[in-house]
Design a protein around this ligand. Structure first.
Ligand code: NAD
Length: 357
């Protein structure tokens, strides 16, 4: 039996998570696996109910689970709270830190039937299959922060971008393991021409490239990488980079696949993996049945692959999503003339039925 902590969160999180559960239940039925789902509060919903975005019971449930399925958190009504109580700073960052989730994996895969949904030309996109690995618990988001009023007027704010050699080594090691299972190409991204933390990153990446000769390693400055992702994304197999650069590059890469609603993610490194779509809580469409749940369903596929080692089951979920698109079903974010418009719940039902076939 696999114990799954379910954290729907806020906004569309509440709508998309049940659809991923439908897919997992369909897999359970087909292959004879038992999944036990236990739900807990996180984010704004938790703040409203118990006064903190990451209640201790939620953290305890996550620690005891075999994997975590998260929807999304946040929304305008919680943005004015003191910073430690805001959903992202008060829940998401400490959850990653507490669980030791130092690696965020975001595959950018293209479903053939969505080639036309991207803003980029089809000939640029054909064959794109990238895995971006972002360091998740170091760098500017977790470094020292200062904010002061200056004597002569004005203010000064500082975020320190700090990395230790062991933090860099463990994420690059994970990237080599990942590259070895894919196209055996790794691009390490930094800003070593300007930043001290990037100079350390580059020094370690160069040393590790020599220790991993079976994988072709390249090094790229982050500004160049941002440009290359749009110019010629096919050149990339696995990209590894630090927290802030990864945050930006993964959103950029997401646009290759047409919609944020298609991008899954896995956060790994600790005892329990956390799986969530790459997008946020989309307050603008929440509660209307318009949210695309495929990123969450594909995150559940990553859970099957990385936490439960069920590769065939993971593939079946991905194939069902592909089939759903091939049959011309579309949520509003992907809608084009001549396609069949479906709601969030209908999407989950159709994908689950395709899995069970
Ligand atoms: P967002 O990702 O929520 O939405 C950006 C745009 O994409 C919106 O127009 C939205 O409607 C659309 N969109 C996103 N997911 C979609 C889906 N599954 N189907 C269809 N359309 C989708 O980003 P935002 O608007 O910048 O942030 C909204 C809230 O989410 C904020 O409070 C932010 O802090 C939070 N957020 C949370 C996470 C997380 O939980 N990991 C990540 C990013 C943002």
């Amino acid at each position: 039996m696999f114990k799954i902590a379910v954290l729907p969160g806020d906004g569309i999180g509440i709508e998309i998570v049940p659809e991923a559960i439908k897919a997992l239940e369909a897999i359970g039925e087909k292959f004879g696996h038992k999944f036990e789902f236990t739900e807990a509060l996180i984010g704004g919903a938790a703040y409203d109910e118990v006064g903190h975005p990451l209640p201790p019971e939620t953290l305890r449930l996550c620690r005891e689970a075999d994997a975590i399925l998260l929807g999304a958190i946040g929304g305008p009504q919680w943005e004015e709270l003191p910073v430690h109580l805001r959903p992202e700073v008060g829940a998401l960052l400490p959850l990653r830190k507490e669980l030791g989730l130092y690696a965020n994996l975001r595959p950018c895969m293209l479903f053939p039937s969505l080639l036309g949904a991207s803003t980029l030309k089809e000939e640029v996109l054909q064959g794109v299959d990238i895995m971006v690995i972002r360091e998740l618990t170091g760098g500017a988001y977790f470094g020292e922060k200062h904010h002061e009023n200056l004597m002569g007027g004005g203010e000064k704010a500082t975020d320190c971008m700090t990395y230790t050699s062991s933090e860099i080594e463990r994420i690059i090691n994970l990237a080599y393991d990942t590259a070895r299972k894919r196209g055996k190409k790794l691009c390490s991204v930094d800003k070593a021409n300007v930043l001290e933390s990037s100079r350390l990153w580059r020094k370690i990446a160069v040393k590790m490239a020599a220790e991993n000769p079976d994988v072709e390693t390249t090094h790229m400055y982050v500004d160049n990488c941002a440009m290359q992702l749009i110019r010629n994304p096919r050149q990339f197999d696995v990209i590894v980079t630090e927290n802030l650069f990864g945050d930006i590059l993964t959103d950029e890469a997401s646009m290759l696949s047409g919609s944020l609603g298609m991008l899954p993610s896995a956060s790994l490194g600790g005892q329990v993996g956390l799986y969530e779509p790459s997008h946020g809580s989309a307050p603008d469409i929440a509660g209307q049945g318009k949210a695309n749940p495929l990123a969450t369903i594909l995150s559940a596929a990553m859970m099957l692959r990385y936490s439960f080692n069920l590769e065939n089951e993971a593939r079946l979920v991905e194939e069902a999503v592909n089939e759903f698109l091939e049959r011309d079903y579309r949520t509003p974010d992907l809608m084009e003339a001549g396609k069949k418009l479906v709601t969030t719940a209908e999407t989950g039902d159709i994908v689950a039925a395709l899995i069970k076939r």
